[in-house]
Ligand binder design. Structure first.
Ligand SMILES: [Zn+2]
Length: 511
């Protein structure tokens, strides 16, 4: 079959019959080139493999290379041909459209050609250069704009910089202020701390508790009459029995709830001893520890009773040979090497009772007051032998000695030394003891022998007085005892006598 080819352009009538024209294959694979060709061909139904394009579509009349893109859509020659055909076929609308299209393209081409005056053969590089030149101009304009903007920004920058430096200065100033404030605060803090320390110290000084009082040993001693060591010793003796403390009329006691105690045990003992030492009014002591006076009363009674009970169960009877071993030389020198015990009675004022019978019973003619009488016995070296309960002031020395069974504590065959008022000679003999007391004054005068004897006994018996005096250092025993609590008098005497005996050195003569 002979192939009769036509140009693929819809506005071109060149075919194998047309002379002076040659044909090229269309690009098959390169889609970009196809796109460029399609702009020229104006044919929607191109068969890229089979159809061809004529050389009339290149300005130079030749395709120089495969990349050389056609630039003529429709020549004037072709337009005339279309015109001719459309005149021959006035009813052919398709041809009319083609004609209009061709005419428009030719006027456009002319217009562009005149305006551009482009060289016939213009490479793509040149086109690009032109494009750049144009953008360079634009860039210059833009550059000017940017320069102006830049200037504006510079101004703003300067402005902002000055602001920043201002703010920085402000920040520095504030830093300084803060530092100054911090320093101020530090100094204030240290001042407050020292004040607080001082206040704590002051508060501690005023607080009446064992833990704060042990800070000052001297004060501690002045308050309770015991050094801290002596106090601790007494407390440790009592500690195993503190669960037996019976606070009279205490509601907590009934509930068996000891956890609610206001004061710790040591402070309570301290309170008790201080009250006894200085005969402090319970109201004042209550104020001191921040409690009520009734609580103080309960504490005092409970502790005195405990001390008495615990210490009075100690057997003070000496082992055989003990008295001899510790007998002071003074006794031997005075001819009383066989002295066993020394006894004396002492009285504490008790306020008047409402009951006259009791008043009569307690009225001591010796003291000219209602009193409670206590008998205190010591061994020659000064240790306590016996401190009795309190008896009504009218009781005789003889009766009290018999009541308290003190002579049983004296080793057999020893001498019992007493004041001259003690009519216990018979009693001593019953117990197998000698009684030695200053001779009673039956005549006008003592003879020389009697004076000497008196003197010797007096110098030895002074130790008994000393022992009583030391117990009486607890002022409560020197005060006028309230008639309502006379039941406590003996308890206090016994308790304090034992504390003295336990903590203090014996009052006997020092060799
Ligand atoms: Zn053609």
């Amino acid at each position: 079959m002979v192939w009769h080819w036509n140009c693929a352009s819809s506005l071109c009538f060149n075919s194998w019959r047309t002379k002076g024209v040659h044909y090229y294959h269309l690009p098959i694979k390169n889609l970009e080139l196809q796109h460029e060709y399609a702009k020229i061909l104006k044919n929607e139904k191109v068969n890229w493999k089979k159809q061809v394009i004529c050389s009339a579509h290149w300005t130079g009349g030749n395709r120089l290379s495969k990349d050389h893109i056609p630039d003529i859509i429709c020549s004037e020659e072709q337009m005339k041909k279309i015109k001719k055909i459309s005149e021959l076929r006035p009813k052919d609308n398709d041809m009319k459209k083609k004609l209009m299209c061709a005419q428009r393209i030719i006027t456009q081409q002319d217009h562009i050609g005149k305006k551009r005056k482009a060289p016939k053969c213009r490479s793509q590089v040149q086109a690009k250069k032109r494009k750049r030149r144009k953008s360079k101009h634009e860039l210059e304009v833009q550059n000017d704009k940017l320069k102006k903007q830049c200037d504006a920004f510079k101004l703003e920058n300067e402005h902002l910089n000055s602001k920043v430096s201002e703010v920085q200065n402000e920040v520095k100033r504030l830093h300084k202020e803060i530092n100054a404030l911090q320093e101020n605060l530090q100094t204030e803090k240290s001042v407050f701390n020292s004040k607080l320390k001082r206040m704590k110290y002051e508060l501690n000084k005023r607080t009446f508790t064992y833990n704060s009082l042990i800070e000052n040993g001297k004060e501690f001693f002045e308050l309770c009459g015991l050094t801290i060591n002596e106090f601790d010793c007494v407390y440790e003796c009592l500690e195993p029995f503190t669960h037996l403390l019976a606070y009279p009329d205490c509601q907590q006691d009934k509930k068996k709830n000891f956890n609610n105690r206001l004061l710790d045990e040591k402070t309570e003992l301290m309170v008790t001893l201080t009250i006894a030492r200085h005969n402090v009014d319970l109201v004042i002591m209550a104020k001191q520890v921040g409690a009520s006076s009734s609580t103080m009363s309960r504490v005092f009674v409970a502790w005195m009773a405990l001390i008495r009970c615990v210490f009075d169960s100690i057997d003070l009877k000496p082992l055989p040979g003990f008295v001899e071993a510790f007998l002071p030389k003074k006794f031997v020198d005075a001819g009383y090497a066989e002295c066993g015990i020394l006894g004396d009675n002492t009285e504490t004022w008790v306020s008047q009772f409402e009951n006259y019978d009791i008043n009569n019973l307690t009225f001591s003619h010796y003291k000219n007051h209602t009193t409670g009488k206590v008998s205190v016995w010591i061994y020659p070296h000064g240790a306590l032998c016996k401190c009795s309960e309190a008896y009504p002031g009218t009781i005789s020395d003889e009766q009290i000695t018999e009541q308290i069974n003190v002579l049983d504590l004296c080793p057999k065959g020893k001498i019992v030394m007493t004041d001259k008022g003690f009519a216990i000679t018979d009693l001593c003999h019953e117990k197998g003891l000698h009684h030695n007391r200053p001779p009673m004054k039956f005549k006008h005068q003592y003879d020389e022998n009697e004076v000497s004897l008196n003197f010797d006994i007096a110098t030895l018996r002074i130790h008994n007085e000393n022992a009583i005096g030391r117990i009486r250092d607890w002022s409560i025993l020197n005060a006028c005892w309230p008639a309502g609590r006379v039941d406590l008098l003996g308890t206090c005497w016994i308790a304090l006598a034992h504390i003295v005996n336990l903590t203090k050195e014996p009052s006997g003569p020092k060799d």
